[in-house]
Ligand binder design. Structure first.
Ligand code: COA
Length: 379
């Protein structure tokens, strides 16, 4: 087989239809069920966007009220899930905790072996409602703190922050968090979504597919990049009293060295977007607001120094993980918790794709070109 016929990384290969989202790299645009993601981020709650991804339409008032009531009823940390988390070492990565929790929730789900659309919608909603408690508690236990009970008078984002920090956050912070959840929710056939679709194509259950997707998201070439961005900032050195200009100059010098030694810098580049990630301007605006709110201009210095140096040297643009990392840092999330936040959001997109895959399933089973030894026999 000719080398060009091998589609390594499946780059450029269209493997199925989808009506969940449309990524257009020519126009740097992203539509969820037809709606520009920027509009959804500016005008909707994350709950409305979750409903849209699953049902194809935004909810009316009554549908939203019913959905919200269902979501709020499922927010508490299941005591058995808590026991399992407590049995895991604090040295384990929070993504391993998330993956384990999703698997436990699947094994304990009353509809575990039912993959009808109704059962899958219930399972998706349950995962969506319960994952914030897992992420929040896991961060807290690492600081020697206990569970914070959910508040059913708060929306999804405000409650997530409440369960993590035990304090109600001001509206600007809640809003920035809500924007990040919406931007992370869905992105067509990325590695973790495709993983979920491959698992679903075997007719395995929804929780198995989500558990596998969490594994795929952990890698630094995918979701793990938001965490890696913060490690880069730490390596350059965060100096809270430094001016924006001084921080930018240090970051620029760091990037020049990194590129000279052929380093891949996480938070930059994208398999599909080659002229910039459609989600970055909206997330960067949220980061700007958080920098102003917390009074930390030096972080913008690091941000712009790296961005400018990368652009000048290679013309490679930041992806969503680049502004999201420092935003979560400012809010008080531990760096290792960043990718689990992505999980909590992407559960919506993954499960929308799982249901779509099942509606028109075909087992996903590609071929490979064998290059090992010719047939031989045991002596
Ligand atoms: N830092 C430095 N160089 C980068 C780069 C980065 N983040 N991303 C791409 N490049 C360079 C590659 O080194 C390569 O250069 P070369 O042709 O001189 O060898 C060229 O750009 C093409 O990169 P490649 O990795 O082949 O493109 P891809 O489409 O396979 O990669 C990513 C897409 C996302 C895997 C890649 O950009 C990357 O590893 N980024 C960092 C991880 C990240 O932020 N992931 C989150 C994605 S949302």
């Amino acid at each position: 087989m000719a080398e060009e016929d091998i589609k390594k990384g499946l780059a450029g290969v269209v493997v199925d239809y989808t009506s969940v989202s449309k990524v257009n790299s020519d126009t740097n645009s992203l539509l969820y069920r037809g709606y520009p993601v920027q509009e959804l981020a500016a005008r909707c709650s994350f709950e409305e966007v979750a409903y849209l991804l699953w049902n194809g339409e935004l909810p009316d008032q009554q549908q939203l009220a019913e959905f919200t009531a269902r979501e709020r009823a499922g927010r508490a940390l299941d005591p058995v899930v808590k026991q399992v988390i407590d049995a895991l070492p604090e040295s384990s990565h929070p993504m391993d905790v998330c993956r384990t929790a999703a698997s436990v929730m699947g094994a304990r789900h009353p509809l575990a072996e039912d993959s009808s659309r109704e059962a899958n919608m219930a399972k998706a909603t349950d995962l969506f409602s319960a994952m914030p408690a897992v992420v929040a508690y896991d961060q807290r236990r690492r600081h020697g703190q206990g569970v914070i009970e959910p508040r059913d008078d708060l929306g999804y984002s405000a409650n997530f922050l409440w369960m993590t920090f035990g304090e109600e956050q001001v509206p600007e912070v809640v809003e920035a968090f809500n924007v990040s959840m919406i931007l992370y929710a869905e992105h067509s056939f990325n590695a973790s979504t495709f993983t979920a679709r491959v698992i679903t194509s075997t007719l395995a259950d929804l929780h198995s597919a989500v558990t596998g997707a969490i594994g795929a998201l952990k890698g630094p070439l995918h979701g793990g990049a938001n965490e890696a961005v913060m490690h880069t900032f730490d390596e350059i050195g965060i100096r809270p009293q430094e001016s924006l200009e001084e921080a930018a100059a240090r970051a620029k010098a760091w990037m020049e060295d990194a590129l000279a030694s052929k380093k891949k810098v996480m938070g930059f580049g994208h398999r599909v977007y080659k002229h910039g990630d459609s989600r970055v301007p909206t997330m960067k605006a949220a980061l700007d607001k958080m920098v102003a709110h917390y009074g930390r201009p030096e972080l913008l210095g690091l941000y712009s120094g790296l961005e400018t140096a990368m652009d000048e040297a290679k013309g490679i643009k930041p992806n969503l993980d680049y502004p999201a990392g420092p935003t979560y840092h400012l809010m008080g999330f531990d760096t290792h918790t960043f990718t689990p936040l992505f999980v909590a959001s992407r559960i919506t997109g993954w499960t929308a794709h799982i249901m779509e895959q099942l509606d028109a399933n075909s087992l996903i089973r590609p071929l490979s070109e064998y290059v090992g030894p010719e047939e031989r026999h045991v002596p």
